[in-house]
Design a protein around this ligand. Structure first.
Ligand code: UDP
Ligand code: MN
Length: 353
């Protein structure tokens, strides 16, 4: 019995071994097949990646690479990592006459903090600016003066362009502003983006009161707040979507003309009176309509500006942020020094005496 049983077990054993061997062969084959498949997938991905890197559509990122120093790109990566999503469309209004005088310092400083989301709306082509910002230079057909029409024409272009993006936020700034991009992103994160938001800083103490031009016979007055354009303002996408029929296509220009209001005031009118969304005031935005020497704790602020004005004796007075750093002759706007204060590891900041 035992022998039989033994004999039975040994034949069972050899069958088992055979099955096992067969199985291990099958397993090996499966292993090889999987391995080869994985290798193919990796290879295809790499080829795609290389193709993508070289595609003309990425010309913009190649150009960005040109202007980014190593330390700046490290900084950029840290901004990317901490925020995760690229959801803020930033438009800067400018004019050909300011490309050199005003854009140069922006391109050297805060543009490097988010070089794929900052767009410049201007009135003429400029190869040297284009070589740095690529497709983000938008030469509109608006005229190049300081008239209400010219400025609202650019605002129209900014708004329409934003409507065609997927960004969650539209933020406008003037070209005499410095924008603390990480500070802006941190602030925007406080506002649920699925709701309509109009964020900005008024330049007057009370809401603006004007005659309602829609009802000229009644002589009725209307009151509303507006975020001053020179401090910057932001609209969330749900608000912008609500404004498509009120400010899209050519509606913004039409309203500015009908109301005879400057572009930032027109924005306030459309948002508060027509879209019925109140302005949320942000103290961290600063225009040159306020005394900038009073601005403290720069890390907490979002936008800064500068200006010059003649005093009573005809001497030129400067309204600028008080910050240690480069000498005023080297850095009249103080933007270089502000940048170094906020991002001290920037390579050229080591040149501060
Ligand atoms: N601007 C313009 N065309 C002009 C003058 C100004 O597009 O002829 C833009 C300028 O680039 C800036 C904004 O309008 O973004 C405000 O201009 P500026 O700072 O010169 O004047 P402000 O209105 O602040 O006194
Ligand atoms: Mn200005």
């Amino acid at each position: 019995m035992e022998t039989k049983s033994d004999g039975g077990s040994s034949s069972e054993m050899s069958l088992l071994l055979l099955t096992f061997r067969n199985r291990s062969t099958v397993l090996k084959t499966v292993h090889y097949a999987l391995g080869t498949l994985m290798a193919c997938v990796v290879l295809v991905c790499m080829v795609e990646l290389i193709k993508h890197e070289g595609a003309p559509s990425t010309q913009r990122s190649i150009q960005h690479r040109k202007v980014l120093s190593l330390s700046e790109s490290v900084l950029l990566r840290s901004v990317k990592k901490s925020d995760g999503i690229y959801d803020v469309f930033i438009s800067v209004k400018t004019s050909a006459k300011f490309h050199e005088e005003r854009l140069a310092v922006i391109l050297k400083t805060w543009f490097t903090l988010d070089p794929t989301n900052i767009f410049f709306f201007t009135d003429a082509e400029d190869p040297s600016i284009r070589s740095i910002v690529g497709a983000q230079l938008i030469p509109t057909s608006c005229s190049s003066d300081h008239s209400r029409q010219a400025l609202s024409c650019k605002m129209q272009a900014e708004f329409n362009y934003f409507l065609n993006t997927n960004s969650r936020w539209f933020c406008h700034f003037d070209d005499d502003q410095y924008v603390n991009i990480p500070g802006l992103r941190r602030k925007l994160a406080e506002f649920p983006p699925h709701l309509p938001w109009y964020l900005g800083k008024p330049s007057i103490q009370r809401p603006l009161e004007i005659l309602d031009k829609e009802n000229p016979v009644d002589q009725k007055k209307i009151r509303f707040w507006f975020g001053t354009g020179g401090a910057g303002f932001c609209l969330s996408r749900p608000l912008a979507e609500r404004m498509v029929n009120l400010a899209g296509a050519e509606q913004f220009i039409n309203t500015a003309e009908k109301m005879r209001l400057p572009d930032d005031v027109t924005m306030g009118y459309i948002v508060e009176m027509l879209a019925e969304v109140p302005l949320t005031k942000l103290d961290e935005f600063h225009s040159h309509l306020e005394p900038l020497r009073l601005v403290r704790e720069l890390e907490k602020q979002i936008s800064f500006s500068y200006s010059s004005y003649g005093d009573e004796d005809g001497k030129e007075e400067r309204n600028i942020v008080e910050v240690q750093g480069f000498q005023e002759m080297m850095d009249p706007t103080r933007f270089l020094s502000i940048h170094c204060k906020l991002f001290p590891s920037t390579s050229w900041c080591s040149a501060i005496p």
